[in-house]
Ligand binder design. Structure first.
Ligand code: BG6
Length: 474
């Protein structure tokens, strides 16, 4: 069914995330008939960057036109636009926002739920949450908090305390948009709905796992955010560790939030604290010249690491994680490499690729995503020679289905429905910071790399004798 009636309050409504993802996402949910029957969206920002209702509507229209996945349609837009209003809020003066929320609630009627989305810099989370508590907006409200949640264990604990002083955990939705991607969800389906994969999904059959998220973009004008965050906090400790949780978890007792998050927490519990000797940090040449970046910046724009999950299923199987800006290609890939059979009785044509990168199951989770089983097959002809082959399922080809929801769309909908399955939980987040702590104590040097490359060569040594699945394989 549809979510209960809602007033969505968007903090950071004039910011980058609201423009790229949240406003287009809410519009698309409305077009798809997935928003509540009655709802209003109230944009907010500090008084210094306040907008009028009209300006906010124009801003939203511009965002949807530029970043929306489909064209604006007159009737749908008019209906959506009529739900938008704006109310400025500073921690000491929330009055304009309160007035806007009251008006929105009257328009909806009854006592709608509130959803407060904190699309603000991490350094502002605590003060906005404090304000929500003091001014009463937290009543009937759920809260969505963006990532990264904290910058280390101590700050994550402190932030959890601040949040829990106002919202109990059942109303907290820490968002990680990778968990809203169709293919990440589909890892659960692949593993637990089929007898084919799960029996071999363990240390007896898998030699190593790669979770690889290279990006071609640089920091795109986000110097303020990126300088204090870096790739490890921006991508690894958030998105890639969460994906690892899904890849590595035991079967949940049932498909609901508590079981899923319990199983993910157990994976994080089993993760060994990171060994700085197994972490490579890099920075692309030219980063220090980007506007707003410290000319001596030691922030990493690339990270590769080896993670171990020390439990019954995975002991001895390395998980290699990599992400970086300004790399050769954009991809989002999980690759599970299977062990070689005990005997090699076939001549393998080294040139066509045989070798360790066949015998791999690949989940490409960049929307719309695909799954590919790569194996060796006989090449046509009189000789018994093997070459690489693949069986591939592409979401884009699955007919008769409408396009799935994007990560943010799916998660905004789940938050309105109150389903926490795909959101992170306080204990899990704190454990991930704890696991990362040795890296912060003794961070390895930041190595330079050329834009458009695949990062510092040390990242190749990290995975030896294995090799990165990307970029050689399509
Ligand atoms: C964001 C990071 O969370 O994810 C960005 O802050 C990164 O640095 C982005 O580029 C990648 O997400 P997407 O939507 O391209 O999969």
């Amino acid at each position: 069914g549809r979510p209960d009636d809602h007033v969505v309050v968007l903090f950071g409504a004039t910011g980058d995330l609201a423009r790229r993802k949240l406003l287009p996402g809410l519009y698309r949910l409305a077009r798809a008939g997935l928003m509540p029957y009655r709802y209003r969206i109230v944009g907010s920002a500090p008084a210094a960057s306040a907008l009028t209702d009209e300006e906010f509507r124009a801003h939203a229209r511009q965002a949807v036109t530029e970043f929306g996945a489909e064209q604006l349609s007159g009737a749908h837009w008019a209906a959506f636009e009529s739900t938008l209003s704006f109310g400025a809020a500073d921690p000491e003066d929330p009055q304009p926002l309160l007035a806007a929320v009251r008006a929105a609630e009257q328009a909806v009627g009854g006592s709608p739920r509130r959803l407060c989305h904190l699309a603000v810099p991490p350094s502002a989370f605590a003060s906005v949450i404090g304000m929500l508590g003091r001014c009463g907006l937290a009543e009937r409200a759920r809260v969505i908090v963006e990532k990264p949640f904290g910058t280390d264990l101590a700050s994550a604990r402190a932030l959890n305390e601040t949040v829990h002083a106002v919202f109990d955990e059942s109303r907290v939705f820490r968002i990680d948009h990778f968990l809203g991607k169709e293919s990440v969800d589909n890892i659960l389906a692949l593993r637990f709905a089929n007898g084919l994969f799960e029996p071999v999904w363990n240390r007896d059959h898998i030699s190593h796992v790669q979770i690889d998220v290279p990006e071609t973009i640089g920091i795109e004008g986000r110097a303020g955010f990126f300088e204090e965050t870096g790739t490890f906090r921006d991508m690894i400790v958030t998105h890639l560790f969460q994906v690892l949780g899904f890849v590595a978890m035991e079967p949940p007792v049932r498909l609901e939030a508590t079981s899923l998050r319990d199983e993910k927490a157990k994976v994080f519990e089993a993760m060994k604290p990171l060994d700085p000797a197994h972490v490579v940090r890099g920075q692309y040449a030219g980063y220090r010249a980007e506007p707003g970046v410290d000319p001596h910046s030691g922030t990493e724009t690339f990270a590769a690491l080896r993670v171990e999950v020390d439990n019954w299923r995975w002991a001895g199987v390395p998980f290699f994680l990599r992400s970086g800006k300004s790399l050769g290609r954009r991809r989002q890939v999980v690759a599970l490499s299977f062990k070689e059979p005990p005997l090699r009785m076939f001549p393998v044509d080294a040139h066509t690729g045989g070798g360790p990168r066949s015998n791999t199951l690949v989940v490409d989770f960049d929307d719309p995503g695909w799954i590919s089983a790569r194996f060796l097959a006989k090449e046509p002809g009189p000789a018994m020679r093997l070459g690489p082959a693949a069986m591939t399922f592409r979401y884009a080809d699955s007919t008769g289905r409408r396009r799935g929801l994007e990560g943010y769309e799916r998660l905004l909908l789940d938050a309105m429905l109150g389903d926490q399955s795909l959101f992170t939980r306080a204990d899990g987040i704190e454990r991930l910071w704890e696991v990362s702590e040795p890296l912060f104590q003794a961070p390895p040097a930041v190595l330079p790399y050329a834009p458009g490359s695949w990062g510092p060569a040390a990242a190749d040594d990290l995975v030896a004798p294995h090799r990165w699945y990307l970029p050689d394989i399509p």
